[in-house]
Design a protein around this ligand. Structure first.
Ligand code: NZQ
Ligand code: ZN
Length: 388
């Protein structure tokens, strides 16, 4: 293992009815609170009313920023920064999925940042202060509710960038599985794919002697597949929703990378390039790209793909080469994702090779893509071509 510090300051309130904790989390009465949400799902499913009810108990002055896009945009972040400055907001409250939370993280840092917030998002500027924020999660997927990562798109430049700062861990997050009952089937599937992809990215590390972490990841993958299979047929099942919700948070809050090099994350970088240009759902893109990344990299080093095949997909390695076993595991992953309704080709989103060069370029927003296999532009091109 590699020496590590585990320090995640986010206070997590998990379970049905935990929204009642909101009042005490505000840290006093009469605060100016900006609630930030997306396209309106929270108004249909009762979450908005539940949140406002608690805010009123604390005599909060409530301001609103709605319309955060899936794949949140810089323009919305800037509108939020202006609003916070104008109304002297004390606390931001994200009510939604990863997009809303990521937008709030960028607003929280931008309020005190004197330059252009895009400098921070593109890792050029170093912020030193952030407005406090909490989250009420409505979709199990990204893990943003308990990590310090945010992903923002500048749609004018077709750039989607992930960034992070110790300043943007949520102060608190409230996770009520019943708030996810209304997530439609397609978004539920994308969430399952994203959660599994986070676990997989961290599985493809190169650190020795990590049996605990490896088995944590394997167990999370098996659990999400078991629950996910049933959940897509039974969207209002509390037990399945709570299992997947807890898995989503655990999959990307550092629990699965303690003591390792952190994993690969190349598939995520390539997916961010595709959604920067085509604005497709993150989980949908991963369902297509990740198996192709695995297949391509297994041809260079199949060791971890083989371990995954045997331990998670129960593929027998008897009489097979490492690569053959690895490929059977990848096929099993692909077939699981297809079985729950995830897409398998970029063509499913109408994407062909006409912007291939641009997709390759956009994949290199950070200097390097991947660690398990450090990919060059030709490698990324090949993975994209196999995904078309
Ligand atoms: O906009 P609303 O009306 O809220 O509808 C949303 C949206 O249309 C809907 N939804 C959310 N909760 C719902 C619901 N519909 C009905 N009932 C509910 N309870 O679902 C749609 C998608 O929401 P979104 O927040 O975009 O999804 P997700 O949580 O998957 O977030 C995706 C974004 O997060 C980034 C992705 O790149 C993408 O931009 N990521 C963030 C990460 C992080 N911060 O750690 C890591 C990830 O790898 C990822 O890159
Ligand atoms: Zn992801």
């Amino acid at each position: 293992m590699i020496s590590f510090l585990q320090h995640n300051p986010t206070k997590l309130w998990f379970g049905e009815g935990q929204i009642r904790q909101l009042k005490s989390e505000l840290g006093g009465t009469g605060k100016n609170v900006l609630i930030v949400y997306g396209g309106g799902s929270i108004k249909k499913n009762g979450v908005y009313d539940a949140v406002l009810n608690e805010l009123h108990k604390a005599d909060a002055h409530v301001f609103e920023l709605s319309g955060v896009e899936p794949n949140p945009r810089l323009t919305t972040v800037k509108a939020g920064i202006e609003l916070c400055r104008k109304e002297e907001i004390d606390l931001l409250l994200a009510v939604g999925g990863g997009s809303v939370i990521d937008c709030v993280k960028a607003i929280s840092i931008g309020v005190y940042y004197e330059g252009d917030v895009w400098d921070v998002i593109s890792r050029k500027g170093a912020p030193d202060r952030a407005l406090p924020f909490g989250t009420v999660l409505t979709l199990a997927a990204t893990g943003s509710e308990m990590n310090n990562i945010s992903v923002i798109t500048d749609w004018e430049k077709n750039e989607k960038r992930g960034w992070g700062s110790p300043l943007v861990f949520p102060q608190f997050s409230i996770l009520d599985p019943t708030f996810t009952f209304s997530v439609p089937r397609d978004q539920t599937v994308y969430g399952i794919v994203d959660i599994m992809s986070h676990a997989l990215e961290q599985y493809f590390h190169r650190t020795e002697n990590t049996p605990m972490i490896d088995r944590f990841i394997e167990s999370l993958l098996i659990t999400v597949m078991e629950a996910g299979t049933e959940l897509v047929q039974d969207l209002h099942n509390f037990k399945l929703r709570e299992t997947v919700m807890y898995a989503g948070t655990t999959a990307f809050n550092e629990t699965l990378s303690n003591g390792t090099d952190g994993g690969d994350w190349g598939s995520h970088q390539i997916e961010h390039a595709v959604s920067a240009v085509y604005d497709i759902p993150h989980g949908g893109g991963l369902a297509i790209l990740f198996p192709n990344w695995m297949s391509y990299c297994s041809e260079i080093d199949p060791s971890r793909m083989k371990k995954l095949a045997v331990n998670v997909f129960k593929i027998s390695p008897e009489g097979k080469s490492e690569l053959e076993t690895a490929k059977e595991g990848i096929a099993a992953l692909r077939s699981f994702w297809n079985s729950i309704g995830a897409p398998s080709r970029l063509a499913d989103y109408g994407i062909d090779d006409s912007k291939l060069d641009q997709l390759v370029e956009k994949s290199f927003m950070k200097d390097e893509v991947g660690t398990y296999k450090v990919l060059n532009k030709q490698d990324v091109r090949e993975i994209l071509l196999r995904s078309m």
